[in-house]
Ligand binder design. Structure first.
Ligand code: SF4
Length: 379
């Protein structure tokens, strides 16, 4: 039976002591690669990206163990500047402070692995390494939750990330575990995220709980339960368990699960109102397109100087406009809609429809989205 370790802590620095008590058996003679979750530029205390304090404690521990080669590696999302994501999260500074390289996996050397849908290009650096996956505990618009299995998406080349979305995310995320599997997962629920998740205005939750284990499916199953969900609600976890890739019913060692659990607000999967807009996404949409629009609008409101020309039209549209905002593959125009912004290359098929402003890009930049709102106002 799989085992996972569970601990509720009041202060993050208690993680260091607990880590030393765990019988993890991390080898000192293999390179160790850490895979944090740094999906887009935001601070480590947001609940969205990995907590720099926790990873610092892990690196100190690995050095104490005598591990000689430690690397951090992450491939931030489509349309994100990795340097900015690394800088804002504090991980670029952490790498310098600890003398640990931080690699952008979007630039990594890759090898081909056969899997259910042809071949997948995976980063060489993980091949002979002891791989520690460092997901955050979060809800997610596309997949209900994003935990360890989904954090592996950061290993992919851009083309494969898009393929994952085209293939509906759940099956590819489960299948990915059969071709690359972390040796250890440390699920960080100290600062977690509920509601609509990263890039869609999810809310930070101070859950104060960490889960550790060698079975990634087992760790994720406990992650779901911590948020008041069952792992069977999460398609990719159900699938991974049915493929024999891990257990949904592990033994929990440490604190009592029911004492650590909190009922998280779930994402609204179909219609989401962002700042008064009617946001319509298909199940195949990436969160990056929604995130670009949200970022553009928030930036317009927060930086009136920068956006002086567009601020009034944007605010007007937010308050009085009934704008349908569609994105994702196979998107269609909602019935009786007058104003539509179709976001991203996936909606190219809508670009000549009357009343539609199409915004090119994969994803488009936030600035292009703000321009689109301004154009609507002029119509
Ligand atoms: S256009 Fe948007 S939804 Fe489509 S693949 Fe690109 S980022 Fe994803």
């Amino acid at each position: 039976m799989s085992e996972v370790y569970l601990r509720k802590i009041k202060f993050i620095n208690q993680f260091a002591g607990w880590l030393r008590e765990l019988p993890l058996g991390i080898p000192r003679d293999r390179p160790v690669v850490l895979k944090p979750n740094l999906v887009y530029p935001i601070g480590w205390n947001s609940g969205v990206v990995s907590d720099v304090r926790l990873v610092r404690m892990l690196i100190v521990y690995l050095k104490e163990l005598g591990v000689r080669s430690i690397t951090m590696a992450e491939g931030p999302g489509l349309g994100v500047d990795p340097a900015e994501a690394f800088a804002q999260s504090g991980f670029a500074a952490l790498g310098r402070e600890m003398g640990v390289p931080l690699i952008d996996l979007n630039q990594a050397r890759r090898y081909s692995a056969k899997w259910y849908d042809g071949e997948l290009q995976l980063p060489e650096i993980f091949r002979d390494a002891y791989y520690i996956n460092l997901p955050k505990l979060k809800t997610h618009l596309n997949t209900l939750v994003t935990l360890g299995l989904k954090n592996q998406k950061g290993l992919l080349a851009h083309a494969d990330k898009k393929r994952f979305h085209r293939n509906g995310l759940h099956r590819p995320v489960a299948e990915l575990l059969s071709v690359i599997r972390p040796d250890l997962t440390i699920l960080d629920g100290f600062l977690a995220l509920e509601g609509d998740g990263p890039l869609a205005g999810g809310k930070k939750v101070r859950l104060g709980t960490i889960v550790v284990g060698t079975d990634p499916v087992a760790v994720d199953s406990i992650g779901c339960r911590l948020m008041g969900m069952t792992p069977l609600e999460v398609e990719h976890l159900k699938l991974a368990a049915s493929m024999g890739l891990g257990s949904l019913e592990p033994e929990v060692i440490g604190d009592r699960l029911d004492e650590c659990t909190r009922k998280f607000k779930r994402p609204e999967m179909e219609m989401l109102k962002i700042l008064g807009l009617h946001n319509q996404r298909t199940p195949l949409a990436c969160s990056m397109c929604g995130g670009a629009a949200r970022e553009g609008l928030v930036s317009a409101v927060k930086n009136p100087g920068k956006w002086a020309r567009n601020l009034l039209p944007v605010l007007w549209q937010m308050v009085f406009g009934r704008i349908n905002f569609v994105y994702g593959e196979e998107a269609s125009i909602p019935q009786a809609s007058k104003k539509v912004i179709a976001v991203g290359n996936c909606t190219r098929h809508l670009k000549d429809d009357p009343g539609v402003i199409w915004v090119e890009g994969c994803p488009p930049s936030p600035e292009m989205l703000v321009e689109a709102f301004a154009q609507l106002y002029k119509r």
